[in-house]
Design a binder for this molecule. Sequence first.
Ligand code: HEC
Ligand code: HEC
Ligand code: HEC
Length: 421
Amino acid sequence: MKALKIAIDISKIAFAGAVIVFSSTAGAQQPNSTTDVTVARGEYLARAGDCIACHTAPEGKVFAGGRAMPTPFGTIYTSNITPDPETGIGKWTADGFYKTLHEGRFPDGGLIYPAMPFASYTKVTREDSDAIFAYLRSIEPVVRKNTPHELQFPYNNRSLILGWRTLFFSEGQFKPDVSKSEEWNRGAYLVEGLGHCGMCHTPINALGGNSESQAFQGGLIPMQDWYAPSLTSNKEAGLGDWSIQEISDLLQKGISDRGAVYGPMADVVYNSLQYLTDEDTRAMAVYLKGIAQDEPDPVVSRLPDAENSLLVSLGKSVYDKHCSSCHGINGEGRPPHYPILAGNQSIQMDSAVNAIRMVLNGGYPPGTFGNPMPHGMPPFSVTLSDDEVAAVVSYIRTAWGNTGKPVSASEANKLRSATLQ
Ligand code: HEC
Ligand code: HEC
Ligand code: HEC
């Protein structure tokens, strides 16, 4: 069967500027220090798991669910996970909650759609699950009935999830690799487990599942038209030749001397990664650097030379006029605020989707504790024609020693209409 892959446009989350207040003292429980410590740890772990991004609707109450997740199979709505006894998880036990994270089943055994990233959360320890549960019990209960999913036949039949599970789900807690350092293992636990980075960064096969043998090899996120690059290939977002400091900056601040985050990744940093401690961020950086490898150069099918040089010369004039003020005449940027484009892997990847979208829509890195006043990029969808967008993107992908492929005006046009919806 086809399965469900996250396709939530988290980039539309309207948290900008809002202060999200977590009440860790609500509830009738007598505060005692062990509980307080567990609740605080649970809050931190819920941040690492980015539960808030999916379980909060735009303008909805925190953790009250109702966020629509469009998928190729219909729309799934996230659940209310506040402690309201009737509409939330107020009557759940810690066992039932662990069953959800670990087995992808409701407390009564019913199957959960894999739009809830239990395929990653299965790695979470029982202790961490209990802490998250304690935290969720301590927040303000919200009365909001779960919205029924709007899935097409046959995907509305939960028993079909069994097929998906057989193919793509292996239950099991994280097992440390004893040949690696404690720090590496902590990073692996966060990236593979709570961080559910694979949900976007592992390619989706024809059955809509992530395949473990291709873990973190990158893929286009369906319904969103953003490409989540490979974290294992230094030709994409593989971080093999980045310093630990540069990786930590990217994850925690959203900007670095090597590049900035944008699109769905900006939301991950905004809602989750910026809250992580320096130690945990560093551990993730150590792990990510470790999984990145050099790969042979891809076979590049270039446009015919004459056509190519026309495109590139138009591209250069667009670039000099509209882009060089921030990114530098030689693509040198002004890091960390204005990304360097010369040698920047993320604009040379096979998929040019992200670079085209950035030029059309512009964007801001997220506002974070480490970078509270981000510098943005204006949209060029009105100023530049499809030909000009294609030309300037082809230019930045091939100038200054960059080795990306040129792109066509029809690719620019496709994304222009996709992103205007
Ligand atoms: C990528 C989006 C996404 C993220 C991130 C996410 N969830 Fe979910 N979650 C869902 C969806 C969708 C459902 C509904 C699934 C269904 O109906 O089968 C769900 C269901 C649940 C349920 C079942 C509640 C019920 O009564 O239906 C619980 C409990 C839950 N999530 C907890 C969490 C926790 C804790 C985290 C963070 C560690 C988390 N979720 C992160 C998407 C997400
Ligand atoms: C909701 C989907 C999604 C999730 C979840 C996600 N990413 Fe990403 N990530 C993306 C997209 C899309 C991009 C491309 C945009 C960009 O480069 O900022 C990206 C880019 C990146 C980059 C490259 C940034 C650069 O400038 O070269 C790194 C590194 C990265 N992600 C790491 C992670 C890690 C680690 C996690 C888990 C904690 C994670 N991502 C979770 C979607 C996601
Ligand atoms: C006012 C300054 C400014 C101008 C002008 C500008 N940019 Fe940007 N650009 C930025 C900033 C800031 C970012 C980071 C945005 C983010 O992270 O959301 C960025 C990001 C990008 C990225 C993504 C880089 C990466 O790491 O993947 C590309 C590609 C890009 N710009 C290309 C262009 C092109 C092409 C033009 C001209 C058509 C242009 N920019 C004009 C400021 C600018």
